[in-house]
Design a protein around this ligand. Sequence first.
Ligand code: TIU
Length: 220
Amino acid sequence: MRIEQANPFAYEFEIRNTALVLIDMQRDFIEPGGFGETLGNDVSLLEAIVPATQAALAAWRKAGGLVVHTREAHKPDLSDCPPVKRNRGNPSLRIGDEGPMGRILVAGEPGNQIIDALAPIDGELVIDKPGKGMFYATGLHEVLQQRGITHLLFGGVTTEVCVQTSMREANDRGYDGLLLEDCTESYFPAFKAATLDMIRAQGAIVGWTAPSAALLAALS
Ligand code: TIU
């Protein structure tokens, strides 16, 4: 497969060696009452990427590719949440506090679930990650290695926080990563734009970006 319209140049991959990774498409970030809103953000911006992400997920499932969903999630006793993370900033509710969708960023709580529109199905990996990056303290690299995965297609939220961190972690581990431009969003549009530029600058220093339509065209 070849995505000719990828930036900064064409991206080549084989479906059997590639996973679609959807980062943290959980209620905590996309719906009111979760972590995103407690940090003072307008979460409605993020909802706009759901239709394009749904279409990419449907096409990828149809093609038979591996799907990985991540959730930013901490254990109920918060033993995997460094105090500096819990104490950072001035949120109206901190990680572990009881909010309208249950305890903020805690595994198993209603707010921590992937949104219904993108709910995982049997055979897909669901990774709970205590950090912003998807490899830190998750064992995901070993799982992907066992499955022969060398290429990662990314979507999810937020572009400059968990998505970019995960792409950089992936790049350092030897994966070729491509970010689907309209399947990712930030609470800060300027940060999204800057992140897309940073990823593909200097000859794909972190990876590639492409509109999801280019992936759909390659798969059709
Ligand atoms: N705050 C923010 O933009 N993002 C996060 O805290 N987590 C993720 O990006 N998932």
